[in-house]
Design a protein around this ligand. Structure first.
Ligand SMILES: [Zn+2]
Ligand SMILES: [Zn+2]
Length: 334
């Protein structure tokens, strides 16, 4: 009797396990609540000092591990905000241990010293591992050199981080200069870099995790490599510049954008081929009312002449692309 009861108990457990597995395998689009992998926008801006948009920084979070792409100014405070307000402890500044940089423009790297040093003082005990284009090692060495007084006074016998048993290597950085291909792998994620077309050596990244495939463009003219990397991916995070705004900008900026960035029209065309389940638009040039430098404002224009409202972007994309898309804002989670 006892053994029959044990056997039936086991059968019930097995049935539950089978039903659970079936439900999991038929769930094609994990929601934010159930997915193991989430995209957290820590900064969606450009070089424009928009108080509502930090410099470009994105975290791909898999379970309790976070992988950062780009470290624009504001990254550390936005990361803390996401940890507190979105309840994602993986992005606590002290937990940020692996980062990738798309290219070395200042809007994508001005938060580097903050990520290194505030990450350390917030509790990181291992070196920061950073991957990116040529020039990354030199930038890293010079940042550490520039902050040698800070590092020395925190680690000397008087310093608050002197407990070498706890924080021996937290300020150190291992900078890895990469080429296209698989550049990183651990038990949670495989990261593939692909060449993009910008004003300098630049890469987009594809993240393959246990439940999602995520592609991020960085700054780039539309390239075939992004379409290949996505090819039906779960989330494509891509820059876009609005046509209506560009038409009002000086010719020099229009030419630069034509060579090294992507318009909304071009992004719609690219997304129609890449077919992401969700397209997230970020890094859009826009000057909120009152902050455009006068040299850029057209003659007699109002203070909001160079503001790209979410409605403007929405209209330009939805008239050309029927897939699901979102205009990314800082601290959005997908
Ligand atoms: Zn940029
Ligand atoms: Zn750039």
């Amino acid at each position: 009797m006892k053994s029959w009861s044990t056997a039936s108990h086991l059968l019930v457990i097995m049935l539950i396990a089978v039903i659970g597995a079936t439900q999991e395998s038929t769930s094609h689009s994990p929601t934010q609540q159930t997915a193991r992998t989430r995209v957290v926008l820590l900064g969606t801006g450009t070089p424009v000092p928009d108080p509502d948009r930090s410099g470009p920084a994105t975290a791909i979070v898999v379970d309790d591990s976070a992988y950062v792409v780009d470290f624009g100014p504001g990254i550390v405070r936005r990361a803390e905000s996401a940890a507190l307000n979105r309840k994602i402890p993986a992005v606590e500044p002290g937990n940020l241990k692996v980062a990738f940089v798309t290219h070395l423009h200042s809007d994508h790297t001005a938060g580097y010293s903050d990520l290194i040093l505030s990450g350390w003082t917030s509790g990181r005990r291992v070196p920061l591992e950073v991957y990116g284009p040529s020039g990354l090692q030199s930038m890293t060495e010079r940042i550490l050199q520039a902050y040698r007084v800070d590092i020395e006074t925190r680690t000397n016998p008087d310093g608050p981080m002197r407990d070498a048993g706890r924080f021996p290597d937290g300020w150190k950085v291992n900078a890895h200069e990469i080429k296209s291909g698989v550049i990183y792998k651990d038990e949670k994620v495989m990261v593939t870099a692909f060449a993009t077309k910008h004003a300098m050596e630049s890469y987009g990244y594809r993240f393959d995790t246990p439940d999602r495939r995520i592609v991020i463009s960085g700054d780039t003219n539309p390239v075939e490599e992004t379409i290949t990397a996505c090819n039906g991916c779960d989330v494509l995070i891509h820059e876009a510049q609005p046509l209506e705004l560009l038409a009002k900008m000086p010719q020099s900026i229009q030419s630069f954008v034509a060579k090294y960035h992507t318009t909304t029209e071009q992004l719609a065309e690219l997304a129609n081929k890449a077919k992401p389940k969700l397209l997230v638009i970020y890094h859009t040039i826009s000057f909120p009312p009152g902050i455009a430098p006068s040299r850029l404002l057209p003659p007699k224009a109002g203070a909001d002449a160079l503001y790209a409202s979410p409605e403007m972007l929405q209209k330009e994309i939805e008239s050309r692309y029927s897939g699901k898309f979102a205009i990314g804002k800082d601290l959005d989670v997908y």
